[in-house]
Design a protein around this ligand. Structure first.
Ligand SMILES: Cc1cc2nc3c(=O)[nH]c(=O)nc-3n(C[C@H](O)[C@H](O)[C@H](O)COP(=O)(O)OP(=O)(O)OC[C@H]3O[C@@H](n4cnc5c(N)ncnc54)[C@H](O)[C@@H]3O)c2cc1C
Ligand code: SF4
Ligand code: SF4
Ligand code: SF4
Length: 397
């Protein structure tokens, strides 16, 4: 009987690579499907049927809930440069700095030279800059779980950050908690594939990835929001839902991997010691309590889920502006804390189109949406009195 993992349904695998990391024979590799999403593949000629990959898989486990959160805050890092480089309030960097100052190592998602995204280890401030900022695509875990475990066993402090499914996979791989480990998960509504992103970057810039120097999904020179930029060798290209089919469909929630639509992690029970997200709507809520900060540069919501998380936050509180809040306030504009994304009817059609016809299917669908969008906007500019007169005229003629 086969004792290794077999993915019969793509919704049953989030690509966390816990199975790859635990395999004692290195029999598992991650391979892309036709849409570019990565799944484990067991090389049966090497596999010894030990069953460890099946056992570690969080998607095969019934109960993945942990940590009902203890406290909720709004938070902003006091250092403006770091805040400008961060996607929300920069609380991740405050925590990461504290770990580095203790001689520790911080793991998170960093662009590689070819604009693939991999979980990498930062040991100093310069390397930490690479982890900063949200990258809206799936990050490859590689063998980073193994490296993090080695460091933990050596007694080094480790901060491991990522999506809730990655943190869940990491903890399942470790099999026990470590005093010297801090886990940070982000609020997450889903990830598209790297293949889609690379196609899109070529569409938006007209260049292949070699010519690209940086990709920012959240560029704060345009304010705190979902506007970004792509930097090529000689220009800066606007990157947002109005210029990019990928970004447009990402924000609409239509091009995520299948597991995201049945994600098991939107719950009061969180995976990280600390959960971070954007505190959307803060301007109408707690802003006075945050003191003299510029809310246009971003505010994080901080869910402190364990006593260990609380200790770390306490350690960095001098570098932050913090205000006590509550979960309900954060949930108002962050449905991802409560429920998984719902696939719209277009989702299947888009994916099938992408698999059959490539990126051109995204472009044609997107152009139709943007045309509709422009017409709607023009209609909204017409005062309602005049609209009524036009309608009256049309109904009489
Ligand atoms: C795919 C994705 C979806 C998100 N969806 C939401 C949402 O719906 N609501 C919400 O409130 N917040 C969401 N966030 C989180 C939010 O954008 C910020 O990342 C978070 O608030 C932390 O911000 P910061 O300013 O403290 O730190 P930043 O420096 O902005 O964030 C850095 C952290 O993000 C991690 N990270 C960046 N990209 C990835 C990636 N692709 N995979 C795994 N980890 C990554 C880094 O490892 C690091 O831990 C999402 C982030 C990502 C990557
Ligand atoms: S451990 Fe992660 S990558 Fe491996 S099968 Fe399970 S969900 Fe997929
Ligand atoms: S059953 Fe064991 S050897 Fe085979 S792939 Fe899984 S972990 Fe590796
Ligand atoms: S939505 Fe869920 S399954 Fe998808 S990347 Fe986020 S945590 Fe993982």
């Amino acid at each position: 009987m086969e004792n290794h993992i077999v993915i019969n349904n793509p919704k049953d695998c989030c690509g966390c690579a816990a199975c790859l990391n635990i395999c004692p024979k290195d029999a598992i590799i991650m391979v892309e499907d036709d849409a570019g999403f990565i799944y484990p593949k067991v090389q049966t000629s090497i596999c010894v049927n030990c069953g460890m990959c099946k056992k570690v898989c969080v998607f095969c486990k019934k109960n993945v809930g942990e940590n009902p959160e203890l406290k909720v805050y709004a938070g902003v890092i006091n250092d403006t440069n770091t805040l400008e480089e961060s996607s929300s309030g920069g609380v991740f960097s405050a925590l990461a700095n504290a770990v580095l100052q203790k001689g520790g190592v911080v793991f998170g998602a960093a662009w590689q030279d070819d604009f693939s995204l991999c979980h990498s280890a930062a040991q100093n401030g310069e390397e930490l800059r690479e982890l900063r900022g949200s990258k809206y695509v799936q990050s490859f875990i590689g063998t980073s779980f193994r490296l993090a475990k080695e460091l933990l066993e050596e007694g080094r402090f480790v901060c491991y950050s990522g999506t809730p499914c990655q943190i869940s996979g990491f903890k399942s791989y470790l099999g026990k908690d470590y005093d010297n480990l801090l886990t940070v998960d982000i609020i997450c509504h889903g990830v598209p594939s790297l293949k889609m992103l690379k196609d899109d970057l070529m569409f938006v810039t007209g260049e292949n990835p070699d010519g690209i120097r940086d990709v920012k999904f959240r560029d704060k020179t345009f304010g705190w929001g979902t506007k970004g930029s792509v930097i090529t060798e000689n220009r800066k290209v606007k990157y947002n839902a109005g210029t990019s089919p990928y970004y447009f469909y990402f924000l609409k929630g239509e091009i995520y991997r299948e597991s995201c639509y049945s994600c098991r992690f939107p719950s009061e029970k969180r995976q990280g010691d600390i959960t971070l997200g954007d505190y959307w709507g803060i301007k109408s809520e707690l802003i006075e309590q945050l003191g003299d900060i510029n809310p246009d540069l971003g505010v994080s919501c901080v869910l402190v889920n364990t006593e260990k998380g609380e200790k770390w936050l306490d350690e960095v509180k001098n570098t932050l502006s913090l205000a006590l809040s509550e979960r309900k306030s954060v949930e108002k504009r962050n449905g991802q804390l409560v429920r998984a994304s719902t696939p719209l009817p277009e989702h299947r059609q888009l994916l099938d189109g992408y698999i059959t016809n490539g990126f051109s299917s995204f472009i044609s669908g997107y152009r139709k949406h943007t045309k509709d969008h422009i017409i709607r906007n023009i209609k909204n500019l017409i005062p309602s009195k005049i609209k009524r007169k036009i309608n009256d005229f049309l109904s009489k003629s």
